[in-house]
Design a protein around this ligand. Structure first.
Ligand SMILES: [Zn+2]
Length: 472
């Protein structure tokens, strides 16, 4: 069974190049980064999926700034495509075209996808796969989640070729690579997951789980029109027993499985003092001096209070860094009455953000008294994350699959935060970020290795099949 899938994937290089090339031609850059959004890319993918008989749904989130006024999110039902079961759900039988703008019109509420009775999607019995996995709980739906959007190319002179035209080069020890904006982030994952899905479709095999691909909008700019909107607008889309693989981060050997993020806290501090002549600080209250002291004290004292270490993370401690600073007065000989700076804090998940804020308030009050200023702050981002357990069946299944395909032993890691996975983990859904990549995302001459696209497709196919330990 596996051999059939692997042999399809081994011969899928042309498909990988086609998918990467066509997606790259349709720059899905967010409006705030000067782009039109994901519509063209989504429409192309839709026609590709339709031609190959994959049922899908598009959930549009309204965004007037984007082409078509929407940010599209695509859901592809891989299991249904292979088993033919989709015909019985209204999701796939409703009139052509109703999926367009479904989210905007509220129509999604009437689709069976979000309202069908609990359990109707469980189908392992039909395929005869998955029954040997009794030592673990089975996932409700196995999601492979990628994002459609890409970041802008940045400084064009740093590119050796047009970032929107895929260039194939065979210049390294690891075989051919494809160069272009988005080919790794996140089209490698997208391509791998589509090839894995095609492997099932073409060989007539049925995945061992309900398997769905989710291609989200707006990941690069905070997921407001992507994952965050989906969770809000379609509360029934995910279930607690779902598993989610996000092939959108990793390392060159594919050995790290991200299961956790540090809590993220971005604060903007505004200090109000009293402006005075540079020669008479005694008549003023130096807001910059107060702000600077606050920044230094927050950096050093929070470090001391929240000083635990956790080897899951790199660095293995919480970080409290002053970052953005706006200019205040244009001249040197004035005591400034206003100050503004920001702190970027990445806190080990064991420390609730409220506890950190309490400590910040204590230090802030002392600085206010000392410098006779008032300081206010607001959070630009505040995300408390929950880890996927290290012993999650998703982690062990993925680990076994990576070992089988790449011969690599994996290890769980945490990251500085906050990834799109935190939205799901907060809901208690097991979710891991993994892929084998050279980590060229967001760089000029971004590239992806074809061996990684196909290797990751095999890992994903094994996950879809059940567990690679199963003699299926
Ligand atoms: Zn990405």
């Amino acid at each position: 069974m596996k051999d059939k899938l692997f042999s399809y994937i081994d011969n899928a290089e042309a498909l990988a190049v086609e998918l990467e090339t066509e997606m790259c031609k349709r720059p899905a850059v967010a409006p705030e980064s000067g782009g039109e959004g994901e519509l063209d890319k989504a429409l192309w993918l839709e026609s590709w999926l339709k031609e190959r008989g994959f049922p899908f749904e598009r959930i549009d989130i309204k965004d007037e700034r984007a082409k078509g006024g929407v940010r599209p999110n695509l859901i592809v039902d891989v299991h249904a495509a292979c088993s033919g079961e989709y015909k019985i759900t209204s999701l796939h039988s409703r009139p052509e075209g109703t999926h367009v703008h479904a989210a905007c019109s509220g129509e999604y509420k009437i689709t069976s996808l979000h309202s069908r009775p609990e359990g109707t999607h469980v189908h392992a019995a039909c395929s005869g796969v998955g029954s040997g996995r009794s030592e673990h709980k089975s996932p409700g739906v196995l999601w492979i989640m990628c994002h459609l959007d890409v970041v802008p190319p940045g400084e064009m002179s740093l590119w050796d070729n047009d970032p929107w035209t895929v260039l194939r080069k065979n210049d390294g020890p690891l075989g051919p690579r494809l160069i272009g904006r988005g080919v790794e982030d996140n089209q490698q994952g997208l391509t791998s997951s589509l090839i894995a899905a095609m492997a099932f479709k073409q060989t007539g095999l049925v995945p061992g789980f309900q398997v769905k691909l989710l291609f989200c909008a707006d990941e690069e700019c905070g997921s407001t029109y992507g994952m965050a909107a989906l969770l809000k607008e379609c509360p029934g889309l995910f279930n607690k027993d779902d598993f989610v693989l996000i092939p959108d981060g990793g390392d060159i050997r594919g050995e790290t499985i991200q299961i956790s993020e540090k809590n993220l806290l971005w604060l903007e501090f505004s200090t109000k003092g009293k402006q005075a002549h540079g020669s008479r600080p005694d008549l003023g209250a130096n807001a910059h001096l107060a702000g600077a002291e606050l920044a230094v004290r927050l950096h050093s004292e929070l470090d001391t209070v929240f000083n635990d270490r956790d080897p899951l993370f790199e660095p293995d401690y919480s970080t409290f860094q002053p970052t953005k600073k706006t200019s205040n007065i244009p001249n040197i000989n004035t005591i400034p009455g206003d100050d503004y700076f920001c702190m970027d804090m990445r806190i080990l998940p064991r420390y609730p953000i409220q506890l950190v804020l309490k400590e910040i308030d204590r230090i802030k009050a002392e600085v206010e008294t000392k410098h006779k200023v008032t300081i206010s702050y607001k959070a630009a981002q505040q995300v408390e994350s929950q880890a996927t357990p290290e012993d999650s069946p998703l982690v062990s299944m993925l680990s076994a699959a990576v070992k089988e395909i790449y011969g690599t032993s994996t290890r769980p890691v945490g990251v500085g935060g906050a990834t799109v996975g935190s939205f799901l983990r907060k809901k208690g859904i097991h979710c891991v970020v993994w892929s084998r990549i050279d980590d060229t995302a967001h760089q000029p001459n971004e590239y992806t290795l074809i061996t990684n696209i196909l290797g990751d497709a095999k890992v994903i196919a094994l996950l879809m099949l059940g567990t690679s330990k199963n003699p299926v």
